[in-house]
Design a protein around this ligand. Structure first.
Ligand SMILES: Nc1ncnc2c1ncn2[C@@H]1O[C@H](COP(=O)(O)OP(=O)(O)O)[C@@H](O)[C@H]1O
Ligand SMILES: [Mg+2]
Length: 412
């Protein structure tokens, strides 16, 4: 609570004494009552009161005073403290002077001399009342305004957050739509790829069922063989689809360990050398294969096997009869470097762009009636990536293809 003061100016000391007495009766004891004989001193006193932390709700001034008259004095008080209630004592004040203070000092009341104590009492009480009510109202508006500012800011922030959330939601929605489209496409290609072999199996099975008695044994064996090889292809496709699904849903089991790559590659080369021989294709392994160097990488051994199996099977699958395939393994700084080079049809720049996509069966076709799903390299790319490696193809149309895979060593 502020300290409170009431200031009175009159050039007659007796009047000041009377005012002081009357005020003492009208207001609480806590009010300081300052009385001054001249307006200039009163302005200085007002200033000091403010500096001392006083609130001055009422200033009472005589009109006729030497140097500065009451109207001018109250005008100045008003300029300094508009809310202070200003009361003028009028004995000889002219109409003009009254008009002046009313207009320029927002005069609260004028009181005729000599004082009518009852009227004075009432006037002072009313003036205080009106002053404090105005102050309360002012404080109320100030807090209201700051509350409005705060709420507006909060609303604005919330609005921004909402806009941002909306944008993320819309982006996520677009992604979902795209993923759903991809899934549908994937499903329709997979279903189509399974439909043909399945209807072939069905057809052959029907023939065996109806002609079983008259069918020569060799023919029956051939048909069963067809069922067996076709169902194997379907099994391969389903295995690929499940691999893709596991990769895309982040469920591929992976355990990175320090592994010597060489034995895996050696066993795959031995396995494919046998298949290649049927096409008169020769597999050449680099000298590294003969040395006892250990080429260790930080990988998952099963996944490395799957990756290299895919690349070697492609080299054999797409190479014409009588060609050579070169397999190289080396270490360069912190990378194990595997290369599989063939002398097949190679791939144009445009087809190389599509090579690692889903179901991308391109211009080169299997040369020994092997099965093609178009998913092998897509899986290769994803598996290499989750092992922190890199895979790419270097090729030109008619110039063979070299597939290169790099795996990080354990020294990274
Ligand atoms: N070594 C290669 N030489 C030429 N073309 C290849 C080679 N490897 C892959 N391709 C082409 O890339 C396509 C995608 O290969 P891949 O994803 O392994 O599927 P798939 O072998 O089941 O067809 C193949 O259909 C083929 O046209
Ligand atoms: Mg393949």
């Amino acid at each position: 609570m502020d300290k409170l003061a009431i200031l009175c100016v009159d050039d007659e000391q007796t009047m000041l004494n009377g005012l002081k007495k009357a005020l003492r009766r009208a207001v609480d004891n806590e009010y300081l009552i300052e009385t001054l004989e001249c307006a200039q001193d009163a302005l200085v006193a007002m200033d000091e009161l403010w500096q001392d932390g006083y609130d001055v709700p009422i200033v009472i001034s005589d009109y006729i005073m030497p140097n500065m008259k009451g109207d001018e004095f109250l005008r100045r008080v008003h300029a300094l403290s508009p809310k202070t209630r200003k009361i003028m004592l009028t004995g000889q004040a002219t109409i003009e002077a009254m008009g002046y203070v009313i207009n320029h000092a927002n005069l609260y009341r004028y009181i005729a001399k000599p004082l009518d104590l009852n009227d004075f009492n009432l006037t002072i009480k009313e003036a205080l009342n009106s002053y404090f009510q105005a102050r309360k109202l002012e404080q109320f508006y100030a807090t209201l305004e700051s509350k409005i500012v705060q709420r507006t800011r909060q609303l604005h922030e919330k609005n921004q957050q909402l806009t941002q959330l909306n944008q993320t939601l819309s982006e996520k929605n677009d992604q979902l739509i795209k993923l759903n489209q991809e899934k549908n496409e994937f499903l329709s290609i997979a279903a189509h790829d399974l439909k043909n072999p399945l209807s072939a199996i069905q057809g052959v099975a029907c023939v065996i069922e109806s002609d079983y008695d008259e069918m020569p044994k060799e023919e029956a064996i051939e048909m069963v063989g067809m069922i067996s090889s076709t169902s194997r292809k379907m099994f391969d496709l389903i295995k690929n689809i499940l691999d893709v699904n596991a990769i895309e849903s982040g469920k591929t089991k992976i355990s990175l360990q320090v592994v010597d790559i060489l034995p895996t590659l050696q066993s795959l080369v031995a396995q494919y050398a046998y298949q290649a021989k049927r096409k008169n294709i020769t597999l050449h392994a680099s000298e590294t294969f003969e040395t006892s160097d250990v080429l260790t990488a930080l990988v998952d051994n099963n996944l490395v096997h799957q990756v290299m199996d895919n690349l070697l099977s492609n080299a054999v699958k797409y190479s014409p009869h009588g060609k050579d395939i070169f397999v190289r393994l080396s270490q360069c700084k912190n990378l194990i470097h595997c290369e599989i080079q063939d002398e097949g049809p190679g791939l144009s720049e445009a087809e190389q762009q599509k090579l690692f996509g889903k179901f991308s069966r391109l211009t080169p076709k299997p040369t020994g009636d092997e099965h093609s799903t178009g998913l092998g390299l897509f899986i290769v790319k994803k598996l290499v990536k989750i092992m922190n490696g890199n895979v790419w193809c270097e090729s030109g149309l008619g110039q063979g293809a070299t597939f290169i895979v790099e795996f990080p060593t354990d020294k990274n």
